[in-house]
Structures are given as C-alpha cells and as structure tokens.
Design a protein around this ligand. Structure first.
Ligand SMILES: Cc1ncc(C[n+]2csc(CCOP(=O)(O)OP(=O)(O)O)c2C)c(N)n1
Ligand code: SF4
Length: 278
C-alpha cells in the first residue's frame, strides 16, 4: 500500500498569471498592480478556481484577462454590481474587483457608495491615475482642478472627489492606499484587504505615464502614513480629510459585520418569469 501523502499544491505569484500579455503602455503603473495582485494571491495561497477577478472597462480593467482565476471583464462602471452578485451567489469564492478611477468613481460612483454601504465581503482595488487613460486623457473625478491639458485648457476648476473619505462615510470596512512603485507593499495591502471581513477598499496610485507623465513625480511624494491604522471611524475621518493624498498603508480597519444574505429561492427562471408576467 502506498502511504505517501501527495504534496499540497503550493502557488507562486506566476501561477496566477494567464498567457495573455498585457497591452499597457511601457511604464504604466498597472503592471505593478497586476504583480501585486498575483503576489497577494500567492501570499494567501488562494486556489485560482476559488478566486474571481471582476472589472469594468478601462486600461486598468483589463486585469482579469491577465490572471488565470475566474474573470469577468464587464460593462463600464458596473464592476462592483457584478462582484456583489458573484459573492452573494458564491460565498465560497474570494472576490476581487479591480478598475480605474473613471470606472469606479464617475459612471460607477453610485455603485461605489452602495458597495461600501452593503459591506459584502470582497476587495476593491482601484488603480487611481486621476485620468481616463483608455479614452485618451479626459479628466476623472480625482483629477486635480488645475491639471491643464488640450482637452481641459486651464484645468476643470472642479474640486476632486476624495474616494477614501467617501468610502469611510459610506461604510467600507477597510481602507488603504498604496503606490504602484512599491508592488510588495501593495501586495501586503491587498492581502490584508482580502483577509479583512467585509468591503475592503484599496486605492493604488498607479501612474498613467502616457497622459499624466507628471505622475512620475509621485515616487517622491508618497510616504508611509505616520500613524497606525485606526478602527475609530471618527479619527479615521479626521485623518483622511486632512491627509495630503500620498499617505500609504492601512488607514482604517473597522469591525462591521459583512452582509451575506442566504439564498432560499428554489424557483426556476421560467417560474420567476411566469410570476413576473402575471
Ligand atoms: C457606457 C460607457 N461609457 C463610456 C465608455 C468609454 N470609456 C471606456 S473606458 C473609459 C474611462 C476609463 O478610465 P478609468 O476607469 O480611469 O481607467 P484607465 O483607462 O485610466 O485605467 C470610458 C469613459 C464606455 N466604454 N462605456
Ligand atoms: S494610457 Fe495610461 S493607463 Fe492606459 S495603459 Fe497607457 S499608461 Fe497605462
């Protein structure tokens, strides 16, 4: 009788990468975020078939195609709705939703608020480059008011959206900020976000070298947050309202119970359609 125990599968970061080669511009921060996501998955030893990576539309939203987990490259601004549906229907899966600031905070802004409020157990990674990269450089909700471009001469003059403050006010249970120039630190933040119950929001400052070459300077602007993460929402609010946008690390870790409704319908789609029609 063979009593040898088969060795447990050990996943390395490369095991989560698909054979599809990224088409991002050379130097785009999203390469590092892909690396960080796969490193985080390896740190957590997630089985690819038990992991779903969901996105909307944008350069950053291409990420599901570059992993070999379950993936869904959805509709612009609807990534969180899709992720929520996947997690509610399949609570056994680890769900990571990824995308850009345009996808998440413009067209997807309403979904962002309600994903934070619902607090379903998933992790949302936003590659914030303060611009619409895929559609050639329009300003996004996080663009600085004085960012001057051919499309917005003199800047928009609009106050930028503060996604971390909005996430906190809306009920997100974990809030962190990373910088794509430090993929190892980003991997730790993503892994921590996945481990933390409820809705985890990880903003990663990810330079768009093509439309925002000025963001190359971010490497000298970022710095670790001077204080440890707090579980006190009021203290976190004060810190996030007054930070310079370049503090990195876990900034808030709350203890709100995740929302996970149980499924009890036994009706078929045909039966539901019939009931709906009558
Ligand atoms: C309903 C709809 N509206 C607009 C678009 C055009 N569109 C595609 S990507 C995008 C913005 C992408 O910006 P962001 O989410 O910040 O991602 P990035 O490309 O910068 O990574 C827009 C407006 C679309 N695909 N679908
Ligand atoms: S346009 Fe910007 S965000 Fe898109 S791939 Fe190029 S550098 Fe990255």
């Amino acid at each position: 009788m063979n009593t040898a125990v088969a060795p447990a599968t050990y996943f390395q970061a490369r095991d989560y990468k698909s054979e599809v080669k990224p088409v991002w511009c050379p130097g785009c921060g999203d390469f590092s975020v892909l690396m960080a996501i796969t490193k985080a998955f390896a740190e957590l030893q997630l089985a690819p078939e038990k992991t779903a990576v969901i996105s909307g539309i944008g350069c950053s939203s291409r990420i599901p195609a570059y992993t070999n987990c379950y993936g869904f490259h959805g509709v612009h601004g609807r990534a969180l709705a899709l992720g929520t549906g996947v997690k509610i229907a399949r609570p056994d899966l680890t769900v990571v939703v990824a995308g850009g600031d345009g996808d998440g905070f413009s067209i997807g802004g309403n979904h962002f608020l309600h994903a934070c409020r619902r607090n379903v157990d998933m992790t949302y990674v936003v590659m914030d480059n303060r611009v619409y990269g895929m559609t050639k450089g329009q300003p996004s909700p996080t663009t600085e008011p004085d960012w001057d471009s051919a499309l917005t001469p003199g800047g928009t003059g609009l106050r930028p959206f503060n996604p971390l403050v909005i996430a906190l006010a809306s009920g997100a249970n974990f809030i962190a900020r990373g910088f794509a120039g430090d993929p190892n630190a980003c991997a730790s933040l993503i892994a921590e976000g996945v481990r933390h119950p409820g809705f985890s929001f990880v903003e990663i400052l990810s330079p768009c070298v093509t439309f925002r070459p000025d963001q190359r300077d971010w490497k000298s602007a970022v710095h670790p947050a001077p204080v440890k993460a707090t579980d006190d929402a009021a203290r976190a609010a004060k810190r996030l309202m007054t930070d310079d946008g370049f503090n990195t690390g876990v900034l808030y870790a709350g203890s709100r119970a995740p929302f996970q409704p149980s499924f009890s319908t036994t009706k078929t789609v045909a039966e539901l359609e019939e009931a709906f029609a009558s």
